[in-house]
Each structure stands twice: as C-alpha cells, then as structure tokens.
Design a protein around this ligand. Structure first.
Ligand code: ARG
Length: 259
C-alpha cells in the first residue's frame, strides 16, 4: 500500500515535470517563431524633397533616399517602416528614440553631430537661390529688400539668417520644401534658398531660374541615427559594399543626381 502511494507520487511528479517541460518547449517554439519574423527598422523622413524623398501619385514614398534605405534594410535583414514628418522634427525623433534612423537629404553638419550620429556621407550638394524666370535677381547683391524663403530646421535656415544681415533681405520660414515653390509661384516670396540638387529639379519642372550661393561649402548628406546607435557601424559597412558593387551609383543614375 505504502509503496503504491509512493509510486503514484513519483508518477505524479514525473507528469508535472513533463508538463512543465512541454510548456517551456512551447514557449521556446513561439519565441523562435517570432525571431524568424523580420526585425523592423523604423526610418523617418520628410517627403518633400525630390529627388531624395517625395510621394508618387498613389502616395507611396519614392526617391534616392527611399531606395537607399531599402537596400540597407535588405542587406541587414530588416523590414523597413517609413514615417513621414516635418524636417524640423527629425532630429528630435532620433533623440527620443522614436525612430532608428533618418534619411532626409540631411547634411551631416557639426551642430547636429552634438545630438545625433551620422553614417559616412553619400552625397554632396551646394546651395542655390531659386526664383521666377522673369526675375531680375541674379546675385546676392540683388537680394537687398527681398524676401527669401527657407525650410525650417535646415542648414539653409541658419545660412539665410546669417546672410540676411549682410545682404539686407528678409527671411521667411516654412515647414515644407514644396511650399517654398508655391510661395515663389504666387509671389509671396522672391527667392527660395535650398539644396542645389533639389533646386535644379524644380527649375526644370517649374520653369524657374536660379544662381549658386558662392559663400557656402555645406557638408555632405548622410544617414542619421540616435547618439550611440549600434547601427552606425553596420550601416557604414553596407554603404561601403553598396558603393563598391556600384549599386549606389545605379541609384545616382536612376535619380539623376549630379556628381
Ligand atoms: N540638406 C539640408 C539640411 O540638411 C536640407 C534637407 C531638407 N530635407 C528635406 N527632406 N526636406 O538641412
């Protein structure tokens, strides 16, 4: 009698152990399954900046930065999720870790480097003043008394603030680069001050004219990350490979970026 009770106890114990093992296994299988799903890479941009980032007629993101981000995510085994925001809010989104990276034609300037980390640079563009085709404004001196539009949070905002004192113009700040073009066309600003690569695209598309800013030598564009992000090294490795294999050059050709 005694021994059959102890046998039963042993049996019950074994069943309990097996059940526990079973449930551990099950959890293990579940977590393996979710590891098998692709990790998500959250990117933010400001899709108002062709040919780097904009939306097609269906509202899908397109441009050099979008293609580049997809290549990088693919290489590193991530699923890319893109969030559109105002350019002015991008650095804050990185600082608060709301997103993992930013591709937005963002110049890797020293001030931003205090708050975010940058990859190696992938493109360099100068600055340009853009105006209507019948405008008499053809150099910095002619800006006296005029209204110059810039996008908030850009290095051009800062540049225009500095130049405005010397050349005597007023600076109007808007939060979307596309609005600058509307502002020119509706005579609410005389000139827009922006990245040359983007400005030349608008010149062709909208029949505008422009002149280079001879005073600037802005830093190249790079991918931005939260400070200390481990992604920087991985992404730099991928950028190097994509450059060596000619894939980045293919994208430059596709989006007709100047060298
Ligand atoms: N390159 C300039 C900067 O870093 C302007 C970038 C604006 N980008 C945009 N997606 N609107 O400040």
């Amino acid at each position: 009698m005694k021994s059959s009770i102890s046998k039963l106890l042993v049996l019950a114990f074994m069943i309990a152990v097996l059940a526990a093992c079973g449930s551990t296994n099950k959890e293990g299988t579940d977590s393996n399954a979710s590891e098998g799903d692709k990790k998500v890479l959250k990117m933010a941009t400001s899709a108002d900046f062709p040919p780097f980032e904009s939306r097609d007629t269906k509202g899908n993101f397109e441009g050099f930065d979008i293609d580049l981000a997809n290549l990088v995510a693919d290489e590193l085994g991530y699923e890319l999720k893109i969030e559109d925001m105002k350019f002015d809010g991008l650095v804050g989104a990185l600082q608060s870790n709301r997103v993992d990276m930013v591709l937005a034609g963002m110049s890797a300037d020293e001030k931003r480097k205090k708050n975010v980390d940058f990859s190696t640079e992938y493109h360099r563009s100068g600055e340009m003043f853009l105006t209507k085709s019948d405008s008499a404004i053809k150099d910095l001196e002619a800006l006296k008394g005029k209204v110059v539009g810039v996008q908030l949070g850009t290095i051009q905002e800062e540049g225009a603030d500095e130049l405005s004192e010397q050349y005597g113009f007023e600076v109007k700040k808007v939060d979307n680069a596309g609005i600058l073009i509307q502002e020119i066309n509706s005579n609410r600003i005389d000139v827009a001050y922006m990245d040359k690569e983007v400005a030349t695209g608008y010149m062709e598309e909208q029949g505008l004219i422009g002149f280079d800013d001879p005073t600037t030598s802005s830093p190249g564009m790079a991918i931005a990350f939260p400070k200390g992000s481990e992604l920087v090294e991985d992404v730099n490795g991928v950028l190097e490979e994509l450059e060596a294999s000619g894939k980045i050059q293919e994208l430059r050709d596709k989006w007709e970026l100047a060298e």
